[in-house]
Design a protein around this ligand. Structure first.
Ligand code: SAM
Length: 234
């Protein structure tokens, strides 16, 4: 019988990503993906983050709160391998994992007493954060490290805009004071659809970023066209 330990979040992320679909697989892949980590008491009075302004990036340890499961999986099917090849869960960064713990190194744009402004995130809105650690380049950068299964960032595909959709994205970006066009382009260029899907041009895809619904399709292989960017109607 293994021991059980309780952990409590030190804060929650208010993120641009309102659903799991179209979130990049790893941080840093979408620098325009921004969010705010709202710290909870007693971590919100400034003491716990004193000195953090000297740091450019932080590690976040968090819970995949929308992927938690009772029974731990020993093997998973990483989307990056096409979703049909299974691997040991500990050889992947899968979301469905024992204890549901994720780790991301994200850019720290601003530090305030009760909140951290972050970018380059891969976290769903509402993600509970268990710990924050300063990135330590001399210890965290390992030039000779290798991972033959995930040796490079996902290949990017071209993203083009329907003219009206670009105007919509520009207007919503101004309203949100967020780099919405860049966010949409950076996330869709990762080609969020499952690798085994062969979408026809008629098939529509969608995801919510901030408070807008983005709709797109694949007019041809290797190309995404953004069709509309409208206020979300949830
Ligand atoms: N960088 C982290 C790691 O390596 O542990 C996360 C990698 S995981 C492959 C990234 C994916 O986790 C995102 O694409 C998103 O779909 C999913 N995700 C992010 N936040 C989540 C949450 N709170 N609950 C469940 N899934 C989440």
């Amino acid at each position: 019988m293994t021991d059980t330990f309780n952990v409590s979040p030190v804060g929650y992320v208010r993120s641009c990503f309102k659903e799991k679909f179209a979130i990049p697989r790893q941080p840093q892949l979408a620098p325009a993906a921004r969010g705010v980590l709202e710290l909870v008491a007693p971590f919100d009075n400034g003491d716990a983050v004193q000195g953090l302004e000297q740091v450019s990036h932080v590690w976040l340890l968090f819970l995949f709160h929308q992927a938690l499961e009772e029974k731990p999986r020993l093997k998973v099917r990483p989307p990056r391998l096409g979703g049909n090849q299974s691997m040991g869960v500990f050889s992947t960064r899968a979301t469905h994992r024992p204890n549901g713990i994720g780790q991301s190194v994200v850019k720290l744009d601003k530090v305030e007493a009760g909140r951290l402004w972050l970018s380059g995130i891969d976290l769903l809105d509402g993600t509970p954060v268990l710990d924050i650690k300063p990135y330590v380049p001399y210890a965290d950068i390992i030039p000779e490290a290798r991972n033959t299964m995930a040796s490079a960032a996902p290949m990017l595909i071209a993203v083009q805009w329907d003219e009206e959709a670009l105007v919509q994205a520009r207007d919503h970006g101004l309203r949100l004071a967020e780099p919405l066009i860049e966010l949409i382009e950076q996330c869709l260029a990762q080609d969020p659809r499952p690798a085994y899907q062969r979408p026809t041009p008629e098939r529509r895809y969608g995801a919510q970023f901030w408070d807008v619904d983005v709709r797109w399709h694949y007019p041809q292989a290797g190309l995404i066209q953004v069709l509309e960017v409208l206020m979300a109607t949830d």
